[in-house]
Design a protein around this ligand. Structure first.
Ligand code: HOZ
Length: 426
């Protein structure tokens, strides 16, 4: 038995499924999860000391590469001064100022510890501000695991959501309406019928949880117009796309200002920081100023904020995003050519440091098209790549992430591995 297998067997005795977050268990692709012992730059190593080129980057945060010296030293320095105070620090002000500067639609921001917490709090605020209960989300978008977001479309248009998880009361799910991503007509119809009851529309403007899927500009523009017309809060969930597809997130690429934004991943630089923010007039409704309650013992944690600030400084250096985008595009290009050489139906997409690979002929434009990609072929490819030392997200429906440390040699090694891996795909 390999050390990974031994650890997995042991982990399952004390932890449900042996993991602390389901996708890590490899259920969708089969096989044994790798237990990671260390990481550096674009690589990590498993318990058997096998090295992998890492394309999940902790599901987004590792944008500057693993164990980046400046980030590590900021963490060490902060840790030496104490781990958590439960009282405010100047570092939190600096981070809030930095976020407001980078993302102009955010006039005020509150720091929390996870994307789930950020989205849940932001939705509560939207409901508190508008005095309305209904929230619209889109099939395939993920906004963390708060009860009201674990919901799938009900049958037929204008019906409310059904829970996707046991333990979510139907009474919670009934306040969430699930519509089709990139379907502006449907959104128009819903607003025409019930616009005055909608508290918020929450969307991943670049979706990263049904693989990578771009919103059409027209879809986001329609959403912006309808929310303004009907007094609903437009909320962009940029936990994945924030500081990832561009410094200013997807909203800067599309040129659309949401009322509120949910952030996570990159702003913590690998430690738990997330945030929600937006229009000051909305944010002023939060406790202690207003009646919408939200709090957290580890919110704005000094060590996590230090890691996040160091990361935010590095990504603002000249050329950072040009390099990241170029390398990500080279990867997708190289994979596409390798697939074509092997005669495998495949395509890919890249935005900034985020990419999607699809076992199908043409780029998927909506959830249904995404779901029709060939999952078996992805799984064969995934395992062949893993054997060759390349770690892709262990699911056909997760996006991939490139770091600033994925240089030409790393990309070439990946594409070379893919040439062999595509041969395993049938
Ligand atoms: N939320 C991530 C998938 N979209 C998984 C996070 C993790 O397992 O670390």
């Amino acid at each position: 038995m390999s050390k990974n297998e031994i650890l997995f067997a042991r982990a399952q005795k004390s932890t449900p499924g042996g993991v602390n977050s389901p996708v890590r268990a490899f259920r969708s692709v089969g096989g044994t999860p790798r237990f990671i012992t260390r990481a550096e730059g674009p690589y990590f190593w498993d318990a058997d000391d096998k090295r992998y080129i890492d394309y999940i980057g902790s599901w987004g945060p590792a944008i500057v590469g693993h164990a980046y010296p400046e980030v590590i030293s900021a963490v060490q320095k902060a840790a030496a001064h104490g781990l958590s105070f439960g009282a405010p620090t100047e570092g939190e002000i600096l981070m809030a100022e930095m976020i407001c500067k980078i993302v102009p639609s955010i006039e005020q921001v509150r720091l929390v510890s996870s994307g789930t917490e950020a989205a849940m709090s932001a939705l509560r605020l939207a409901r508190g501000v508008t005095g309305r209960d209904t929230v619209i989300k889109f099939e395939g978008c993920y906004h963390g695991h708060a009860d009201s977001m674990l919901v799938k479309a009900g049958s037929g248009l204008l019906t409310f959501g059904n829970p996707t998880s046991s333990g979510v009361p139907a009474d919670f799910a009934k306040h969430t309406m699930v519509l089709d991503y990139n379907d502006s007509t449907q959104l128009e119809e819903v607003f025409a019928k019930m616009g005055s009851t909608i508290a918020a529309v929450i969307v991943e403007p670049v979706a990263g949880n049904m693989n990578l899927l771009r919103a059409t500009p027209e879809f986001l523009q329609t959403m912006r117009r309808l929310c303004t017309q009907h007094g609903a809060v437009l909320m962009f969930d940029e936990v994945m796309s924030g500081f990832r597809v561009a410094l200013g997130g997807a909203q800067s690429l599309y040129g659309i200002q949401p009322d509120m934004t949910v952030l996570g991943k990159v702003i913590g630089g690998g430690l738990p920081v997330a945030a929600f923010g937006g229009r000051k007039e909305y944010m002023q409704h939060l406790a202690p100023l207003g009646s919408v309650y939200q709090a957290g013992t580890l919110s704005g944690n000094p060590v996590a904020v230090a890691a996040g600030m160091a990361t935010l400084e590095i990504i603002q250096r000249p050329g950072f995003y040009e390099n990241l985008s170029t390398q990500t595009a080279k990867l997708v290009d190289g994979l596409s050519k390798a697939a074509a050489e092997a005669g495998v139906a495949f395509c890919g997409d890249a935005i900034g440091g985020m990419f999607g690979i699809y076992f199908t002929e043409k780029l998927p434009g909506n959830f249904a098209e995404m779901m029709s990609c060939n999952k078996d072929r992805f799984n064969q490819f995934f395992h062949a790549m893993l054997d060759a030392g390349v770690y892709l997200a262990p699911s056909a429906f997760e996006a991939g992430f490139v770091s600033a440390m994925h240089d030409d040699a790393v990309i070439a090694e990946t594409v070379n591995a893919a040439r062999g891996a595509f041969k395993a795909v049938h």
